[in-house]
Design a binder for this molecule. Structure first.
Ligand code: NAD
Length: 441
C-alpha cells in the first residue's frame, strides 16, 4: 500500500517552500534550532510606497518590496517582478528558492527577490520607466554590486535593468556600477548567453542526470518524447534544445491552450507561429489539447516552464512522464512531490534545473567587475561545467541519503528525492559558512 502523503496541500508558494525545507531537514542531524530559524525566514523585507505621475496627469501610489532572504554566502541575488497579484509571501518564497539555488550551484550569492504591484500590460513605457526609477531611488543603497543585485523576472526585461542601472549610477557617480544589476542589454554590460541560460542549463543538467542513470528506462534524450508547458523564454528555448539533442517534441502549450503531434513538432516553426499569432494554438498539423491534457500527455520528459503549483494532488496521478524537469519555479506542490515519488517519477528540482539563469547572471557580474566581455563559447562551457558539477553533487548526496534510508537510519522519512538531496546540500553549504564565520558575537 502507498504511504499516505504527509503534507497538507496548499497552493501558496511560501507554504510549499516551507514544506520542502522541513522535509529536507529530516535528513540533517545536529543542526541547531536557531540556525533553522535563521535559514527559514527572510533576513530583511523592505516595503516601499511611492507616488508616480501617470500619462493622463494623475498620480498613483505604487507598492513595492524587496526581500533579502539570505546574504550569508554573498550579496542577495534575485529578480524583480511587476505583476498586479505579486505579494510579499510569493516574493519571500521566491527569495528563499534563490538562496537554495545559488548554494546548489555554488555561486557566491545569497537569495533575494523583489516586486512592484502593478499591471505592466496597462502601463506605457514611460510610466514603467518612471515606476522603475522611483522604486530604485527609494531602495537606495539597499541594492548594490556587493549588497543585493536585482535581475529580470516576470514582466521585467533588459530595458528595465538598463533603467535600474542608470538610476543607481546617477546616485553613485564616478564608480563602476554595472554590476548592480544583471540581465542588462549587451551594449551596457549584459552577457552573451543570458537569454538562453535557464533552458540551456536545464538541458545540460538533464543530460548529466540521464548519464548518471538516474531515470530508469531513459538513458539519453535520443528519441525521448518531450512535452513542454509554457512557450515563453524558458519553455520555447528548452523545446528547441531538447529537440536538437534528439528528443521528439510531442506537445507544447501556452496560456491559451496546447497542441500535440506524436510524430513531433518543429520547435522553431511553432515559435514562429506564436510570434505571428500570439499563441502556439492554431499551429498547422497539430491536434489541439488543453493544458490539463498536456500535463498528462504520454511522454518521457515533461518540462513545466510556465507557472507555480501546476502539478498538484488532483493531477499528479495522471502524469505519465518518467522525468519532470522544473524550468519554472515551484511548478509542483509538496504533496504532488510525494505522489510522484511514490509513483517512481523522477523530478529534477527547480533549484537545480533552472539555475542556469542565475549562473550566467553571476558570469555577467564577474565580467562587469573585471571590465571583460566573455565569448559565447566561454559562457556556455562554464555554464556546462557548473550545471554538471551541481548535478553530480546532488546525485552523490541522493545516493548517500538513499543508503542511510535503506540502512534504517531515517525511520520517519519516505526515502529521499533529488529535491531533498539538493536542499540538504544547500543547507549544509550555508550552515557551514554560518559556523565558520561565527556570525554571532
Ligand atoms: P515567459 O513570460 O517568457 O513565458 C511564460 C509562458 O508561460 C508563456 O508562454 C505563457 O503563455 C505561458 N503560460 C502562462 N500561463 C499558462 C498556463 N496556465 N498554462 C500554460 N502556459 C501558460 O516566462 P519565462 O521567463 O519563460 O519563465 C517561465 C518560468 O520559468 C517562470 O516560473 C519563471 O520564474 C521560471 N524561470 C525563468 C527564468 C528565466 O531566466 N527566464 C529563470 C528561472 C526560472
Amino acid at each position: 500500500m502507498n504511504n499516505p502523503v504527509r503534507n497538507v496541500e496548499s497552493l501558496d508558494l511560501l507554504v510549499n517552500a516551507t514544506q520542502q525545507f522541513e522535509r529536507a531537514l529530516i535528513w540533517i542531524d545536529g543542526i541547531k534550532e536557531g540556525i533553522i530559524d535563521f535559514l527559514i525566514n527572510p533576513k530583511r523585507t523592505i516595503h516601499l510606497r511611492f507616488p508616480v505621475h501617470l500619462d493622463d496627469g494623475s498620480i498613483k501610489t505604487f507598492h513595492g518590496f524587496r526581500v533579502l532572504h539570505s546574504d550569508v554566502r554573498g550579496p542577495g541575488k534575485g529578480g524583480i517582478r511587476y505583476h498586479p497579484d505579486v505579494t510579499e509571501a510569493e516574493v519571500g518564497a521566491l527569495a528563499a528558492f534563490m538562496t537554495w539555488k545559488t548554494a546548489v550551484v555554488d555561486i557566491p550569492y545569497g537569495g533575494a527577490k523583489g516586486g512592484v504591484v502593478c499591471n505592466p500590460k496597462k502601463l506605457s513605457r514611460s510610466e514603467l520607466r518612471r515606476i522603475t526609477r522611483r522604486f530604485v531611488a527609494e531602495l537606495g543603497d539597499n541594492i548594490g554590486p556587493h549588497t543585493d543585485i536585482p535581475a529580470p523576472d516576470v514582466y521585467t526585461n533588459a530595458q528595465t535593468m538598463a533603467w535600474i542601472y542608470d538610476t543607481f549610477d546617477q546616485f553613485h557617480p564616478g564608480e563602476n556600477n554595472l554590476a548592480v544589476v544583471t540581465g542588462k542589454p549587451l551594449e551596457i554590460g549584459g552577457s552573451l548567453g543570458r537569454d538562453e541560460a535557464t533552458a540551456r542549463g536545464s538541458w545540460y543538467a538533464t543530460e548529466q542526470l540521464l548519464g548518471r542513470g538516474m531515470v530508469p528506462g531513459l538513458e539519453s534524450l535520443e528519441g525521448a518524447r518531450v512535452a513542454v508547458q509554457g512557450y515563453g523564454n524558458a519553455g520555447s528555448t528548452a523545446a528547441r534544445l531538447f529537440h536538437d539533442a534528439g528528443g521528439v517534441l510531442v506537445a507544447v502549450s501556452d496560456s491559451r491552450g496546447g497542441i500535440s503531434n506524436d510524430k513531433g513538432l518543429d520547435p522553431r516553426a511553432v515559435l514562429a507561429h506564436k510570434e505571428e499569432t500570439g499563441s502556439v494554438v492554431g499551429y498547422p498539423g497539430a491536434r489541439e489539447i488543453s493544458n490539463e491534457e498536456l500535463l498528462a500527455y504520454d511522454c518521457d520528459v515533461l518540462i513545466p516552464a510556465a507557472l507555480e503549483c501546476q502539478i498538484r494532488a488532483d493531477n499528479a496521478h495522471d502524469v505519465k512522464a518518467r522525468l519532470i524537469v522544473e524550468d519554472a519555479n515551484g511548478p509542483l506542490t509538496a504533496v504532488a512531490d510525494e505522489v510522484l515519488q511514490q509513483r517512481g517519477v523522477v523530478v529534477l528540482p527547480d533549484i537545480l534545473a533552472n539555475a542556469g539563469g542565475v549562473v550566467v547572471s553571476y558570469f555577467e557580474w564577474v565580467q562587469n567587475l573585471e571590465n571583460q566581455q566573455w565569448t559565447l563559447e566561454k559562457v556556455e562551457k562554464r555554464l556546462n561545467a557548473k550545471m554538471c558539477r551541481a548535478v553530480d553533487e546532488t546525485v552523490d548526496r541522493f545516493n548517500e541519503l538513499q543508503a542511510r534510508f535503506e540502512s534504517g537510519a531515517n525511520k520517519g522519512a519516505q526515502g529521499p528525492t533529488l529535491r531533498d538531496a539538493a536542499l540538504v546540500s544547500a543547507i549544509h553549504r550555508i550552515a557551514t559558512v554560518i559556523l565558520q564565520r561565527d556570525i554571532w558575537p
